[in-house]
Design a protein around this ligand. Structure first.
Ligand SMILES: *Cc1c(COP(=O)(O)O)cnc(C)c1O
Length: 463
């Protein structure tokens, strides 16, 4: 990482096959090269280095899309150069962006999709920050109008939130109030919520698809608890739903579940176009219920076809191609296509979960029926000589990335292992993985002493 720069003297040697006459045979590793290279030489070096990145198909750790069809790739190459912020130069892309936001608002049952406001972002992280900022600003306006202090905003969220919410609180000076999870309350479900909420609470985050485990938080139940709190205290607390994954699963596969704008307290929702929206990395969405919940003083106006267009974003320039890819998929798949794709992921996830549940040492945390993601842990005393970290290492030797990590508070003593099923993990591949897990467990069980430790600390959860 650049922040920790090493000695800087290292050289990156170039395969002699690709060194052209007169060219250097190496590059400085992390210093700016002085001389030019031929494009083909530079290409080969970057190509070869990127090859070490591993096989995305076997990466069951990530939620992010790694495959699109040929027509999408063609569109992508036609649109590489589009800059989302240049609404005036790319008015068609800008119009498609706002149409996509409205389509998503409709998908999420906004009472009047045409009255919503939304934007694409670089991912759910930026989208979540914008949702959080709107709640913070709205709280501040109300407090200021009431002549009350505005120096101690807080946000109530599960201890299992994705790191983007910790960043939001840190970067924008909001006190995070983490509600711990437990075996009894596996997700934020409203239990003891009143203990965390006061007049300085800007909102509550509900997660549709907890990153650690894939479970949904019961948005309607949380809202009902907030109704009770309002009756008792007069505090009217809004909900932002982090639907990074579930935003593109629930509408298609659990249409009866009320988690979105059907719940009155939900003021805004974010999702990742590049997760189950099925687009290549670099796309998120955030939509507000209506224009009244997004304070106008957060909105900037850029010129657009001789007029003004509202924008709200942390970045200025950012790629526009992903927005076109999202629109392409909306047209190509429609609701039926999304339903088929997501349901097949759910089927594979539940097939894998039942296979793992059938193995003696394991206990499921959840079964992959919310988003196609599930986690499991070791039964008490199930293994004397190995841990889930050892199993993750053994699977990695065979190319499979199946991460193990500690749960957040109050369960930080519990290690789980998680599988994220994405489009492309077929039932056949899933069966091969189950066989691999079975044989690695047999190997680990056959050890007559503990697996050696390399003294490194155990991994932390990072995504
Ligand atoms: C992945 C994820 C995020 C962050 O999304 P990016 O699109 O990677 O920025 C936020 N919240 C949840 C629940 C997630 O799973």
């Amino acid at each position: 990482m650049a922040m920790q720069g090493d000695d800087g003297g290292d050289k990156l040697s170039i395969n002699p096959v690709f060194v052209r006459p007169g060219e250097a045979t190496s590059y400085p590793k992390d210093r700016f090269p002085q001389e030019e290279s031929l494009p083909s030489t530079a290409y080969q070096v970057v190509h070869d280095r990127a090859m070490l990145d591993g096989n995305a198909r076997l990466n069951l750790a990530t939620f992010v899309g790694t495959w699109m069809d040929d027509e999408a790739v063609r569109l992508y190459t036609e649109a590489f150069d589009k800059n989302m912020v240049d609404k005036d130069e790319y008015p068609a892309t800008a119009e498609i962006e706002s149409q996509c936001a409205t389509m998503i608002a409709d998908l999420w049952h906004a009472p009047d999709p045409d009255a919503t406001i939304g934007t694409s972002t670089i991912g759910s992280s930026e989208a979540a920050m914008l949702g959080g900022l709107a709640m913070k600003r709205r709280w501040r306006h109300a407090r200021t109008a009431a002549g009350k202090p505005v120096d101690k905003p807080n946000l109530v969220l599960s201890s299992a939130v994705q790191v983007c919410w910790e960043k939001f609180c840190n970067y924008f000076d909001v006190e995070p109030r983490f509600v711990p999870i437990s075996h009894e309350h596996k997700v934020l479900d409203g239990f003891e919520l009143e203990k965390y909420i006061d007049e300085n609470t800007i909102g509550v985050v509900a997660i549709m698809g907890v990153t650690y485990t894939g479970m949904y938080e019961p948005v309607k139940k949380i809202a009902a608890k907030l109704d009770e709190i309002e009756r008792d205290t007069g505090l009217d607390i809004p909900i932002h739903v982090d639907g990074a994954s579930g935003g593109f699963i629930a509408p298609f596969c659990q249409p009866e579940l009320e988690w979105d704008f059907r719940v009155d307290r939900v003021v805004s929702i974010n999702t990742s176009g590049h997760k189950y929206g099925l687009v290549y990395p670099g796309l998120g969405w955030v939509v507000w219920r209506d224009k009244t919940v997004l304070p106008d003083d957060l909105v900037f106006y850029v010129s657009y076809l001789g007029g003004d267009m509202p924008t709200l974003a942390l970045n200025f320039s950012r790629p526009g191609a992903q927005v076109l890819l999202q629109y392409y998929l909306f047209l190509r798949l429609g609701a039926d296509g999304y339903q088929r794709v997501q349901q097949s992921c759910l089927d594979v996830a539940q097939h894998l979960a039942s296979g793992i549940a059938a193995m003696a040492p394991f206990e499921l945390w959840n079964d992959g029926s919310d988003i196609p993601v599930f986690a499991w842990y070791l039964k008490d005393g199930a293994s004397k000589n190995w841990t889930l970290y050892d199993l993750a290492d053994r699977l990695r030797l065979r190319g499979w990335l199946v991460p193990a990590y500690p749960m957040p508070d109050d369960l930080s003593g519990l290690t789980v292992q998680r599988i994220v099923v994405r489009n492309g993990l077929s039932r056949d591949l899933a069966d091969q993985l189950l066989e691999e897990i079975t044989s690695q467990v047999a190997f680990l069980d056959s050890l007559d002493g503990p697996m050696p430790r390399d003294g490194k600390t155990t991994p932390q959860f990072t995504h």
